[in-house]
Structures are given as structure tokens and as C-alpha cells.
Design a protein around this ligand. Structure first.
Ligand SMILES: Nc1ncnc2c1ncn2[C@@H]1O[C@H](COP(=O)(O)OP(=O)(O)O)[C@@H](O)[C@H]1O
Ligand SMILES: [Mg+2]
Length: 261
């Protein structure tokens, strides 16, 4: 065990993570930590392994039979590759939001209740408990006022920004401690992007938030920490204001200066 990664700090700790797709190595010895209560921006050129790293954190990469990893990942002090870990529980704790809003082809209400139902919690909560959890989640993402009179209408009728808010909302009843956001604003205009950035800050306290973004401006605006990934290698990571102003590694300086490739 690397002594630089104490095992009692909570958050997400990644140690010496390699990931291969067949014979192609996409991640090279990535060691990093994402802290609770902070937004970490993960930046780097297209194809550098940002999505791959996120997908390892909730073990979704295992759905690809060609994908293979070595190394360690601890989330809230638990080794996620340990045989005792229930992958369903892990995915409840680690929520993911994608580039394009992808609400289920269901009503607004059912989208948010879905997680509780598939995790067998709806029965325990009863109808009124589920309705309360749905309302709380929709209020948390500031969607309640806009949709409270059409909860049974299709989620697909919402605007793109509202659909993306819904995609955040549907994670919340499961009380995730980690939010993985894979370029969540890339389908949105500037005004919606700004609104969603505000939402990320609102949802951050008590949680680990990892924001993959191709926008350095966004990383600067919303993140506390920034990690720079290049060709599957974590080049540099630190508080965003330090990393953007005084990068230590010339490769980071190159990227931030717009000189990459
Ligand atoms: N399912 C896959 N099979 C094979 N190679 C993949 C797969 N997914 C990603 N890759 C490769 O792994 C590298 C990292 O991809 P990815 O994690 O998607 O990068 P990013 O999100 O930074 O754009 C790229 O070279 C990509 O082509
Ligand atoms: Mg990606």
C-alpha cells in the first residue's frame, strides 16, 4: 500500500490504476484522490482516458469483456474490487451523469422513483414515502416548481436543461456519496451550462464530485481541484487556482496554453 494514500480519509482514492481494452492500455498507473465536498475537474485532450477513469470508479467498465484493470480503488474507505463488494450497492453510492441527457422513456415522476424501485426501497417507503423522496430530489435540482403539475407527463417533453436536471435528480433518492459527471453540459447552451454549474456546487457538500470537461473555462469556473490526464497518465493535479496559474509540469502548461497537439 502506498503510504501517501492513508486509508481512512474517505473520498475516492485511486492507486496505480492501469486499464486495458484488449491489448491497448488506456490508463497508465493512475494514482489520485478525489476529496469529499470538493469538485475535481478532470481535463485532458480527447481520448486521454477521462471517461475510462470514471467508468472504473463504478465498475461499469466490467460490462466490456475486453476491459481489464489492475490497481486499487477505495471509495469511502472500501476497496471496490474486494469480493465482498456488491456492485449494485456500489452503483447506488456512485451516480453518473452523461453528456447527453438520457431520461428513461417514462414519466418525470417514474424517472426519479426508478432508483428506489430497482433497489427495492419503494416498498419500504410506501407510496407517500416515494412521493416525498421524488419531491425532495426535484426540489434539490430546482425542477419542482416547473414540473409539479405535470409529474406524470413524459420526461422527454422537458427542455434539454430540464432533462439534465432530471438526470441529476434521479440519482439523489439513493443518496450517492460520489457524483461522476462526464461532460454533463456538452449538449447545453451557455445559459443552461451556467445554471447546471450552479447545481453542481449545490450538490457538492458532503459528496465527491468529479467533473470531466473539455472546457478549461468551465474547470476554472466550477472546480476546486483540477487533474490533467494525458495519454492515460495523470500528469498533474492540484487546487485549480494553483494549477491554472502555476502548473508544475511543462505538459500541463502546454495544454493550458492551448499548444497541445
Ligand atoms: N470500449 C473501448 N474499446 C477499445 N478502446 C476504447 C474503448 N473505450 C475507449 N477506448 C480507447 O481508450 C482511450 C481513452 O478513451 P476515453 O476514456 O473514452 O477518453 P476520453 O474520455 O478522455 O475522451 C482512447 O484511445 C479510446 O479510443
Ligand atoms: Mg470521454
Amino acid at each position: 500500500m502506498n503510504p501517501s494514500l492513508p486509508s481512512n480519509s474517505g473520498g475516492v482514492e485511486v492507486e496505480d490504476l492501469d486499464c486495458w481494452y484488449g491489448g491497448f492500455q488506456a490508463l497508465h498507473g493512475v494514482t489520485t484522490r478525489f476529496e469529499r465536498g470538493r469538485i475535481t475537474a478532470l481535463v485532458g485532450p480527447s481520448g486521454c482516458g477521462k471517461t475510462t477513469l470514471l467508468r472504473c470508479l463504478d465498475r461499469i467498465h466490467e460490462r466490456n469483456p475486453a476491459a481489464r484493470t489492475t490497481g486499487r480503488i477505495r471509495i469511502m474507505d472500501q476497496d471496490i474490487f474486494s469480493p465482498e463488494v456488491c456492485v449494485r450497492e456500489l452503483r447506488r453510492q456512485v451516480g453518473m451523469v452523461f453528456q447527453r441527457p438520457n431520461p428513461l422513456p417514462l414519466s418525470i415522476f417514474d424517472n426519479v422513483a426508478f432508483g428506489l424501485r430497482i433497489h427495492g426501497e419503494a416498498e419500504r417507503l410506501g407510496r407517500s414515502g416515494v412521493a416525498a423522496a421524488v419531491e425532495t430530489a426535484l426540489r434539490s435540482v430546482e425542477l419542482w416548481e416547473a414540473v409539479k403539475d405535470r409529474l406524470l407527463g413524459p420526461a422527454a417533453n422537458l427542455s434539454l436543461e430540464q432533462q439534465q436536471r432530471l438526470c441529476f435528480a434521479r440519482l439523489l433518492p439513493l443518496k450517492p456519496s460520489v457524483l461522476l459527471l462526464d461532460e454533463p453540459c456538452s449538449a447545453l447552451d451557455a445559459a443552461s451550462t451556467e445554471a447546471l454549474e450552479g447545481l453542481m456546487r449545490t450538490l457538492c457538500p458532503g459528496r465527491v464530485v468529479v467533473l470531466v470537461t473539455h472546457s478549461l473555462a468551465q474547470a476554472r469556473r466550477v472546480s476546486d481541484d483540477t487533474a490533467y490526464l494525458l495519454l492515460g497518465e495523470l500528469v498533474e493535479q492540484g487546487p485549480s487556482e494553483v494549477l491554472f496559474q502555476q502548473p508544475r509540469d511543462p505538459r500541463t502548461a502546454n495544454y493550458l496554453g492551448g499548444h497541445y497537439g
